[in-house]
Design a protein around this ligand. Structure first.
Ligand code: SF4
Length: 156
């Protein structure tokens, strides 16, 4: 059968691409908010920014029901093990977004108490800089994660 034999109302794709597309638009977020970035993050959840467009609007309050961990704010050495435990409780496939300079690198807190980036305790998929990042930057980060998910291998 050639490409021209396929009727116009038929769409073909690969199973792996279909799973990637579906997963990229079905992101259930767990927000690990610890500091001022979390205030800015709240505005992202408003209707103005409409994260429903990306299938990423619904926060879950259990890591077992979430697949997108948003690390929002400063992580110190005391709550780093808690963050790690939450990440471990999430089912695969799971993704991590570091939101803001503190989550990315410790921000301007160069002291004994602050973890110099959440990627020291969990793997991070997308880094969003800024202190705090603008809502548009957070949306851009979500879209970057969607792109990464779509390009990942899903079906073995
Ligand atoms: S990056 Fe800036 S706004 Fe965000 S938690 Fe750190 S100090 Fe606060």
């Amino acid at each position: 059968m050639s490409k021209n034999d396929i009727p116009e109302n038929i769409v073909t794709t690969k199973l792996d691409q279909f799973i990637g597309w579906a997963r990229s638009y079905s992101l259930w977020q767990y927000v690990f908010g610890t500091a001022c970035c979390a205030m800015e993050f709240m505005s992202v959840s408003s209707s103005h920014y409409d994260t429903d467009r990306f299938g990423a609007a619904m926060p879950r309050y259990s890591p077992r029901q979430s697949d997108m961990l948003m690390v929002v704010g400063t992580i110190n050495h005391k709550n780093a093990p808690v963050l790690r435990r939450i990440w471990e409780q999430m089912a695969d496939p799971k993704y991590v977004v570091a939101v803001g300079a503190c989550a990315v690198s410790g921000g301007f807190y160069r002291n004994y108490a602050t973890l110099q980036g959440c990627d020291l305790v969990i793997p991070v998929d997308v880094y969003i800089p800024g202190c705090p990042p603008r809502p548009e930057m957070i949306l851009d980060g979500i879209m970057a994660l969607q792109e990464k998910i779509r390009k990942s291998k899903h079906y073995l």
